[in-house]
Design a protein around this ligand. Structure first.
Ligand code: THU
Length: 146
């Protein structure tokens, strides 16, 4: 659980995990039965929730993490501190659900790799915590194009 590069308070971590677990119940998952919830914390302290939303044309599905990011960015948010993710099969919701590659890259656009925190949670007490840099090392981002 410990990661000495991360300074997010225990209280904030618990709040974010609680919101991610609650967002799981909003997932629209008729095809996979795999429910994912996410809770994204902005620099100003606001939390945006997201869930996965599937589609009969499977590739049109959007992940929980990107739902949360899209909600926040479309409301004008640009600075983010952390995201909590909780996911698993409806019948077995207890596994760690890591963000997919597309979501990692999507976060990278708006989040500082060294300071943005990704919490992968099974419960409020049981979680793993990473910087985005740990999950997406040597990445390509906006400054790569300058
Ligand atoms: N999913 C997410 O919501 N986030 C991820 O990072 C990985 C996968 C969703 C997409 C799909 O609805 C289901 O999980 C199974 O892939």
């Amino acid at each position: 659980m410990g990661n000495n590069k991360i300074t997010l308070s225990g209280e904030l971590i618990t709040t974010l995990i609680g919101e991610a677990l609650s967002m799981r119940t909003r997932s629209y998952i008729p095809y996979s039965g795999f429910a994912v919830g996410a809770a994204l914390l902005t620099d100003s302290g606001k939390i945006y929730g997201g869930c996965n939303i599937e589609n009969a044309a499977y590739p049109a599905t959007i992940c929980a993490e990107r739902t949360a990011m899209v909600k926040a960015v479309s409301e004008g948010e640009r600075g983010f501190r952390a995201i909590a993710i909780a996911g698993g099969r409806e019948a077995d919701p207890e596994g760690y659900s890591y963000p997919c590659g597309t979501c990692r890259q999507f976060m990278r656009e708006f989040c500082d790799s060294e300071t943005f925190v990704v919490i992968v949670a099974r419960s409020r007490e049981d979680y793993k915590i990473f910087t985005l840099e740990e999950l997406l090392p040597s990445s390509f981002g906006p400054e790569s194009l300058v």
